[in-house]
Design a protein around this ligand. Structure first.
Ligand SMILES: Nc1ncnc2c1ncn2[C@@H]1O[C@H](COP(=O)(O)OP(=O)(O)OP(=O)(O)O)[C@@H](O)[C@H]1O
Ligand SMILES: O=C(O)C1=C[C@@H](O)[C@@H](O)[C@H](O)C1
Length: 339
């Protein structure tokens, strides 16, 4: 594609520069710290993409990209691509429209717009997670995050992601209890000493953790039933991972119920017995989970992302939503949870 330098008056030049400056500023405000790679991906979708040599991409202040096509040395031509990200897109959307403006300049004269438009580009979940964690971390002031929810709801999977991105340490209560019991599994502890003994150990572990800061804690599925445990968890922020029971039963049946002592009593195939037992447990515990400071509903995330099946919601998308809900709580926007 050939670029012909447009015959602009000085005023037009100034207007073009202002337009670009506005656009850069929007990019910086909305996107925070856009990565060159993310912006380059967008720019490579342009008709100009054959010009774009990612080695030559330099990030300009405020998130725009500058490309130097091959003509540069002879003609002193510069092409600039600036991007503007929408302010209103929900943090969990998978695609978004990005506005693009391509303009050129000659020697030291600012140039005019060659092309503008928008393109639909996939959202980089990892980047959103990183930006969201940077946004929320200062509000946390080192407070711990306690993930609560039914067994198999993803407390460990999501908890590890959150701890990594926030620079927190991760602890799993069940694992700590097993370690303290010299490597005896939770299922064995239930069998040898009974559930009450296990629950006492769970409370002790939560008490110890409540003295610490900057932790993400994956609690046991039943930790919410003892009021004393809430006293410890209230030192931090509790987040309920609310996953439909059908999805939980599928996950658990897929890996087997051997490590889950409370699921050993039912008869039937793995899915049916798991679903039956989870339903009973949830009837007992639903109210307790709803005591949490924040709720992350997989059904809501799936609906927002336009996915029919909650199993298609990635752990990263869940972690993003958890941070969003935590922020809502810390800024006083969450009413008492209802479900
Ligand atoms: N978003 C997800 N989509 C699909 N599978 C998932 C998701 N999150 C977790 N899993 C799977 O579900 C199972 C349970 O996850 P995980 O161990 O994180 O749950 P948990 O809440 O910590 O369970 P428990 O309370 O029993 O310790 C694992 O096999 C995990 O890989
Ligand atoms: O839901 C529950 O009561 C349990 C969940 C697991 O995390 C373990 O804490 C234990 O198997 C009990």
């Amino acid at each position: 594609m050939h670029v012909t330098l447009l015959q602009d008056t000085k005023n037009e030049h100034r207007r073009a520069v202002k337009r670009e400056r506005d656009s850069f500023e929007s990019a910086s405000i909305v996107e925070g710290k856009p990565r060159v790679s993310a912006l380059a991906k967008v720019a490579q979708r342009l008709p100009f993409s054959s010009w774009i040599d990612s080695e030559k991409i330099a990030r300009r202040p405020a998130g725009s990209l500058r490309f130097s096509p091959g003509l540069k040395e002879q003609s002193k031509l510069r092409v600039l691509v600036s991007t503007r990200f929408p302010t209103t897109s929900a943090s969990n959307q998978q695609h978004r429209n990005v506005d693009l403006v391509v303009s050129c300049s000659y020697k030291n004269f600012p140039g005019s717009m060659l092309q503008s438009g928008s393109c639909r580009t996939p959202v980089d979940e990892d980047l959103i997670l990183k930006n969201k964690s940077e946004e929320v971390e200062p509000y946390l002031s080192g407070r711990c995050i306690y993930l609560v929810g039914m067994m198999g709801s993803g407390k460990t999977t999501v908890g590890e992601i959150l701890s990594q991105v926030l620079g927190y340490s991760f602890f799993d209560c069940d694992t700590l209890i097993e370690k303290e019991a010299g490597g005896t599994s939770v299922a064995e502890i239930f069998k040898l000493y009974g559930e009450d003994f296990f629950r006492d150990k769970e409370t002790e572990v939560l008490q110890e953790l409540s003295l610490m800061h900057r932790l993400v804690v994956s609690t046991g599925g039943g930790a919410v039933v003892r009021p004393i445990n809430w006293r410890y968890m209230q030192k931090g922020i509790s987040v309920w991972l609310d996953v439909p029971l059908e999805a939980l039963a599928q996950r658990i049946a897929a890996v087997g119920t051997g490590s889950r002592p409370l699921l050993h009593h039912e008869s039937g195939d793995a899915y049916t017995k798991t679903y039956k037992r989870l339903t009973m447990l949830f009837e007992e515990r639903g109210e307790s989970y709803a005591n949490s400071n924040a709720r992350v509903s997989l059904e809501s995330i799936a609906a927002e992302l336009g996915k029919k099946d909650v199993s298609d919601v990635t752990p990263t998308a869940i972690a993003i939503e958890a941070l969003e809900q935590i922020k809502g709580f810390l800024m006083g926007k969450n009413d008492r949870l209802t479900f």
